[in-house]
Design a protein around this ligand. Structure first.
Ligand code: CP3
Length: 338
């Protein structure tokens, strides 16, 4: 029996929208912080399948979400492509050497790094109810490339955007390699038990229109086409954060089944602009959940009401913040489920 989240992604409306939250497993949960301290770090958690499955299930146990998202990171793909990866406390990820310093061909790929992640999916699937949908994910090639090129998060993704203008053939070769590795990785997750997958394009919003076509739409379309060829029944959710007015083109041209919306999008505009019946996901501002107060339930209801008869998965517009009080998540759920 597929759960309500999977049903919605396949185009069927539910009386109450199913819900999960981006970054639902993470630092706002005391049980996560405890296990992370015990394991010594973030990557140690990700590559320990037993611990990662436990972290994946923690928010399901606490809140009864309709989806369990695999506990991993989008930067596991560069790591498997052979780039060094570290998560420094309080500083974010560091990849080395960067693709400014060296050529992609100097890396030695180690795709065995994906095995513990697949094992996390298998273990998690065995720990959750059939009605909870198991979600896999990968970063979209543009977003992953911005980290591989700069070696870290950058304010405006300047290094990758410069490379796109100075040497598009070189960026294309990087993107093509990320596409191929991500397809392999997502197929492995689906074969291990993921029932739907999300492509996170966190930095889609930093590109000029022609560049968006080439570096956001084309690679997401390539991944989706490959997945559809091997796994036609597994829904793909595309999340092009910051796409704004380019969202309808993304929805038409990538072939994704469902669209993740960030919090800057007006739900009424999205509803009017996307193909009828195309499932959507989102888009409560994570900072409103952190702030709480009477505006929170009001906004939850307004988002739900805006989509009328369109299949809608309730979610945030971006990941939940680490300082979010747990009681505010409970208020969100109470407003949604009544
Ligand atoms: O959603 C989930 O609960 C599943 C796990 C998940 C993580 N990262 C765990 C994580 C997912 C889906 C991601 C996606 C991810 N990772 C994205 C795309 C979404 C987005 O947020 O834009 C990006 C850009 C990354 C790269 C990344 N990972 C950064 C920039 C950082 C540092 C910033 C931060 O929040 O700490 C991470 C670390 C990270 N990934 C943490 C978690 C729970 C925090 C690590 C810790 O415990 O210290």
């Amino acid at each position: 029996m597929p759960g309500p989240l999977l049903d919605t992604l396949k185009g069927f409306c539910q009386p109450v929208p199913p819900v999960w939250l981006m970054r639902q497993a993470g630092r706002y949960l005391p049980e996560y912080r405890e296990l992370r301290a015990e394991k010594g770090g973030f990557l140690e958690l990700v590559y320990d399948s037993e611990a990662a499955a436990e972290v994946t299930v923690q928010p399901i146990r606490r809140f009864g979400f309709d989806g369990a998202i695999l506990f991993s990171d989008i930067l596991i793909v560069p790591h498997a492509m052979g780039q060094g990866l570290e998560f420094m406390a309080g500083e974010g990820p560091k990849l080395s050497p960067t693709l400014i310093e060296v050529e992609l061909d100097s890396f030695t790929p180690d795709h065995d790094r994906f095995e513990p992640v697949y094992e996390t999916v298998r273990r998690t699937r065995g720990m959750i109810d059939d009605s909870v949908t198991m979600l896999g994910f990968a970063g979209s090639p543009w977003t992953v490339a911005t980290y591989m090129i700069a070696g870290e998060g950058s304010k405006d993704q300047g290094p990758a955007r410069l490379l796109a203008y100075r040497d598009p053939a070189r960026l294309q070769a990087i993107i093509d390699r990320i596409v191929a590795t991500s397809v392999q990785y997502l197929r492995g997750q689906i074969d291990a038990g993921a029932e739907a997958v999300q492509l996170f394009d966190s930095w889609a919003g930093s590109l000029a229109p022609d560049e968006f076509e080439r570096w956001v739409i084309a690679p997401n379309a390539a991944i989706t086409a490959e997945l559809k060829a091997s796994h036609p029944d597994t829904p793909v959710i595309g999340f092009p954060k910051g796409a704004g007015a380019k969202l309808p083109a993304y929805a038409r041209e990538t072939g994704v089944d469902a669209i993740g919306m960030d919090e800057t999008l007006d739900p009424a505009w999205v509803h009017a602009s996307l193909p009828a019946g195309m499932p959507v996901q989102g888009n409560l501002d994570p900072l409103l959940v952190e702030a709480g107060g009477p505006a929170l339930p009001k906004r939850v209801r307004a988002i739900v009401d805006a989509f009328g008869d369109r299949p809608h998965v309730f979610n945030l517009g971006h990941g939940i913040g680490q300082h979010t009080p747990i009681s505010h998540v409970e208020e969100l759920l109470a407003a949604l489920r009544g």
